[in-house]
Structure formats: C-alpha cells, structure tokens
Design a protein around this ligand. Structure first.
Ligand code: UDP
Length: 319
C-alpha cells in the first residue's frame, strides 16, 4: 500500500487508473481541475482524497504531493480540437505543470513520477514502420512538442538530481467512459443515434488502438518494476484504418447509419498523420506484459456497456 498522487485523476485514463489503485488498497490523492467533468464513480470518489485545482499552481501541487511516494502526472489539455484552439494553455499546462510536479517530488523525496506522454511525438516518422522508442521522432503540434520537452526534462532531472521517472507514450487509448473528442466514442455515439459516421479524408489513415485496461496495466507495472528514467510505448501493435474502425462499429451496433467521407476540419491538418502503429517490445521486456486486447474485443466490451445505457446518457458523455 502506497501514498499516490494522480493528477488528471478525474479524466478518462486517470479515472480508470485511480479505480485500480484504490482497489489495490493504496491511499490515493486526485488533483484535477474538473474542466472536462469528473469520470470517477461515486464510490471511488468517496475512497480518495479529491482536490480540485490546477497543476500550474505550485502551492496546490505542493499541498497534494507532500508525503506521496509515487506521482502519476496525467493532467493535460487533451483532444485535437481542444488543443488546436488552445495551444498556449496546452503548452503551459504541460511545462509549468511538470516543473511544479517535479520540484515538489524533489522537495518531498517522491520515489518516482509516471508521466503520460504521447505517440504524437512520432509525428510523420511512423509512416513506414511500426515505431520503437529509439527512432527519429517528429513532434509538430504544441501538445506533442511539450510532451517531448517534458520527456527530456525528466531525463535531465534524473541525471542531475536522481529523480526516477517513466514516460509512457500512449497510442490511441480507448474504452468505457471516454468522451467523444476521440474517434472511438464519437463513432459509437453517431452509430447509436443513427447519425452518419463521419470518416475524415479517405479513411485510409491508420491508428493503433490500445484498450484502457491494458493501458492501466502498463501504468501500474512500470511504477512497480522500472528503475531509473525510461520511455515506453504503450501500443497494441494492431494497425487499423479509420474506415475499418467505422465499419466494425457499424456492424457491431447494427446501426442504420451510413459511413460518410468528409473533409477533416481545417484545425486538424497539423495533427493528422497517415499512419501510426507502435511497437511495445521494450515494455514487454521491462515488465513482462504488453497490451493484448484486440480492437474487436475492446469494441465488443464498449458495445455491451452501451446496450445498458439510455441514449440520453450517451449524449451526456459529450466532451
Ligand atoms: N477521425 C475521423 N472522424 C471523426 C474523428 C476522427 O475520421 O469524426 C479520425 C481522425 O482523422 C484520425 C483518427 O480518427 O485519423 C483518430 O482521431 P482522434 O482525434 O481520436 O485521435 P488522434 O490520433 O488524431 O490523436
């Protein structure tokens, strides 16, 4: 049992992680600004120390991190549309947030920081290959550049101050409770409301969709087993076109919806990459497991979950 801080713990990945950590008997503090709502179930919320606040505020960060042996730093401005509209806030949240978290960690002797990085750091370098952590990266967006800056900052902190950390490059995480800024819940919502399923461009762009429980496993296992300062891909190693994703969600929901090809919103242009698929071998060798839930299986779990939800609840999930 550990004292653990999770920043962004009310968000999609954070809330699943907090659930797991509390079920394991840890004493968890959540710091979240609740700008995107609170995804923590009530009984979980009741079993954590919850603080509403911003990672850019050092006094708040100090107050919540004091005494914590481990920090999961997952608070971020997230989602292509939100980031494109708020690049300054995106970068400030990343960079000031990390400065505050790591200063606090050093001040209070926290053992390790687990940081939510992104597969976005690979940018267009993923076009011809399944990417490993050591290939030449190509971050282009405010979000990916700030995440990469923080990876390097953590490496510097390890070298100079001995602070241990793990940066996890997540590949298109999806699962129950995600809001429709991301493509999987967006297609589900469109299908369940019998609206058009909107595929951007020609639908041939690919992504590597990683199921949330596999993602949480990687978070927990790297915290337990990895020493020093490391970067890991958290990827399912299953490349899917967005058109195939749309077809699979159409089939699984038995919707009347048509799949429609439309031009991607202009603000997405800098963010769009043709191909993205990760290699998780490094993670496997370090912790003995890697993501393994097939996209078909993950989509079935979500579909079964939605069968128990009313359409009004579905719409309430909008981000
Ligand atoms: N996408 C789409 N239709 C939508 C939303 C997204 O075709 O309504 C595509 C988008 O162009 C991208 C992929 O789905 O290629 C994943 O988008 P998302 O925003 O979930 O994550 P990204 O990989 O862009 O960070």
């Amino acid at each position: 049992m550990k004292k653990i801080l999770v920043t962004g713990g009310a968000g999609f990945i954070g809330s699943h992680l907090v659930k797991r950590l509390t079920e394991q008997g840890n004493y968890v503090t959540v710091l979240d600004n609740l700008l995107r709502g609170n995804k923590l179930e009530k009984h979980i919320l009741n079993s954590v120390r919850f603080v509403k606040g911003d990672v850019r505020d050092f006094e708040t960060v100090k107050a919540v991190s004091k005494g914590c042996e481990l920090i999961y730093h997952f608070a971020a401005v997230l989602g292509v549309d939100v980031v494109a509209d708020n690049p300054v806030e995106t970068m400030e949240t990343e960079i000031i947030g990390m400065k505050n978290i790591s200063d606090s960690a050093i001040l209070f002797g926290t053992e390790k920081i687990i940081y939510a990085s992104t597969s976005g750091v690979y940018g267009h370098s993923a076009i011809n290959q399944s990417v490993t952590e050591n290939i030449q990266i190509d971050p282009r967006t405010s979000y990916a550049i700030a995440k990469r800056y923080n990876e390097i900052y953590l490496a510097a902190l390890h070298e100079e101050k001995g602070l241990q950390s793990v940066s996890l490059r997540f590949f298109n995480v999806y699962g129950i409770g995600q809001d429709n800024r991301m493509v999987v819940p967006r297609f589900f919502e469109q299908a369940l409301l019998n609206n058009s399923i909107t595929v951007y461009g020609n639908g041939k762009q690919t992504r590597d969709f990683t199921y949330i429980e596999d993602t949480v496993n990687a978070c927990v296992l790297t915290a337990e087993k990895v020493k020093g300062c490391e970067i890991f891909n958290v990827a399912n190693e299953e490349e899917k076109t967005i058109m195939d994703l749309a077809k699979e969600i159409k089939a699984i929901t038995k919707t009347q919806s048509e799949i429609t090809l439309i031009e991607a919103p202009k603000k997405r242009y800098d963010f769009e990459v043709e191909r993205r698929m990760g290699n998780s071998e490094k993670l496997f060798y370090a912790v003995g497991s890697k993501p393994s839930t097939s996209l078909s299986k993950g989509l079935k779990i979500i579909s079964n979950h939605f069968k128990n939800e009313s359409k009004s609840q579905l719409v309430k999930q909008r981000g």
